[in-house]
Write a protein that binds this ligand. Structure first.
Ligand code: BES
Ligand code: MN
Ligand code: MN
Length: 463
């Protein structure tokens, strides 16, 4: 019988070709124009699972995009690992900033990826990372080395808030029964320094609308006498941070978990070079909440950011106009113990309160998500640690991430299982940005590492 290593070596070109085919389908969940492509991607994933050897593969209907399920149960008495991933991607805009079309993957070398990286929307987030699991499973299955049961749940609405995943999990509790959820949708510190994500931030996302006069006005005839909603909105937004870059919403920090000095010290010992960071982003300095380091600002501290702002005239040339309305999309990243519902209400009440007379304010909440922390003394953490040590030949470091994967807390609540976040991307892979990419090293390293996780987890669970 062949070993996983040999099998992977012999099939590595095909693995890559298949991923490139998957990346060619524009599965943009946010844009209804791509509905057929999103559905096609679900079918592609189902087909890939079947070919890899999964049983009971199903494209499960939901009120939104389908969830792809598949499993291989070898023995009911063995542990079961549920792999979660997403096949949807973010919109590629702004298109003109891509060096090659987002859905025509190309492989190019970069400084951090000297062996080459795949450039395409979804390459890293999350098609490339999700597909590593399909291939790792194929390798274990075909070499008869799968040590425990495996289930797959691959969704198509992660980038738009996973609103149908909760109901699906509640309806399918039995089918999804498992010992642990394994997710590769996060990053490592570098290709030489692996890390395991032990925390994710939560999210409150909303849209605000400020209305002044009932129609656009001549900015000369009326300007100076009527509230300009864009001026007002800018002022209101600016006032949400004080001079130390603390958020001014009353009660905003109330629930924030206080991280111990010891933990903060450990956190800041992770390899991180501020000059490289600044150089990579072409910024002369970092910017953020006083009293915290960059690593802390992007992990254990909450934030408030405008994601988009618009109103008035933005066409060619100058049009003198005093607009009737101004809008902004605002996100708040939350940390442990902050509740998205509570924070959304605090924001909403405060934002309305600070509006001056002469304008009306509306706040429309979008999706939210709970923060998550995962322990470092669990079996699954140990298994991930051992697996990465086996393949990187270096001890992985626990690290909290600034991103959000709201379903982690959902799995805990609904399925009563913990997740382990063993991602293989780099923070510099430009996910959600133009020129998203994923290292070939990372793709193959993931495929190599996953079977070790299965092996160690099964062994630890049975000892
Ligand atoms: N994979 C990301 C989250 C992520 C990225 C975690 C990098 C850690 C490191 C995920 O697809 C994502 O983009 N999540 C959204 C939230 C969601 C509710 C739209 C996010 O973080 O903005
Ligand atoms: Mn993702
Ligand atoms: Mn994403």
């Amino acid at each position: 019988m062949q070993t996983v290593k040999n099998y992977n070596e012999e099939n590595k070109e095909r693995y890559l070709e298949e991923l490139l085919d998957l990346l060619r389908i524009p599965s943009i969940s946010a844009d209804p124009a791509y509905k057929q492509d999103v559905l096609k991607t679900a079918k592609f994933v189902a087909g890939a699972l079947k070919k890899a050897g999964a049983k009971n593969v199903e494209v499960c209907k939901t009120d939104g995009y389908p969830i792809v399920y598949g499993e291989k149960i070898i023995d009911k008495n063995l542990p079961t690992i549920l792999v979660y991933g997403h096949y949807d991607v973010q919109p590629p805009d702004p298109l003109e900033l891509w060096d090659s079309p987002p859905f025509e993957p190309v492989i190019k070398k970069t400084k951090l990826h000297p062996k080459g990286a795949i450039f395409a929307r979804g390459a890293c987030d999350d098609k490339g990372q999700m597909y590593m699991h399909v291939k790792a499973f194929e390798a274990m299955n075909k070499t008869k080395t799968l040590p425990c049961n495996i289930k797959f749940m691959i969704e198509g609405e992660e980038e738009v808030g996973s609103s149908n995943l909760g109901p699906f999990c509640r309806k399918n509790k039995k089918r999804l029964d498992c010992d642990v959820v394994l997710i590769s949708d996060t990053s490592i510190i570098s290709n030489r320094q692996p890390s395991i994500t032990t925390g994710l931030r939560g999210l409150s996302y909303l849209e605000v609308e400020v209305t002044g006069p009932n129609r656009d006005l001549h900015s000369g005839v009326y300007g100076g006498a009527v509230a300009n909603p864009i001026n007002i909105l800018s002022k209101m937004i600016a006032s949400l941070h004080d001079k130390n870059n603390k958020i001014t919403i009353p009660g905003f920090y109330e629930a924030v978990e206080v991280v111990s000095k010891k933990e903060r010290k450990a956190m800041n010992e992770a390899p991180f070079n501020i000059s490289t960071y600044k150089r990579g982003l072409k910024i002369s300095d970092v910017y953020g909440e006083k009293g915290y380091t960059t690593l802390e600002r992007t992990s254990i501290r909450p934030t408030l950011d405008v994601n988009g702002i618009w109103g008035g005239y933005i066409g060619e040339g100058a049009k003198t106009v005093l607009p009737s309305k101004a809008f902004a999309k605002i996100s708040m990243r939350l940390v442990p113990n902050q509740d998205p519902k509570v924070i959304t209400k605090l924001f909403s009440d405060y934002f309305k309160k600070i509006a001056p007379p002469g304008v009306k304010v509306k706040v429309h909440p979008h999706h939210g998500g709970q923060p998550a922390v995962t322990p470092t003394d669990s079996l699954e953490y140990k298994a991930a640690h051992l697996a990465m040590l086996d393949t990187f030949k270096k001890e992985p470091i626990p690290q909290r991430s600034g991103g959000s994967i709201p379903i982690v807390s959902l799995f805990e609540k609904v399925l009563n299982v913990k997740s382990v976040l063993m991602g293989f991307g780099l923070d510099s892979d430009d996910i959600h940005s133009p020129n998203e990419h994923y290292g070939l090293f990372n793709f193959y390293k993931g495929i190599e590492t996953i079977p070790y996780f299965f092996k160690h987890y099964t062994a630890l669970k049975q000892s």
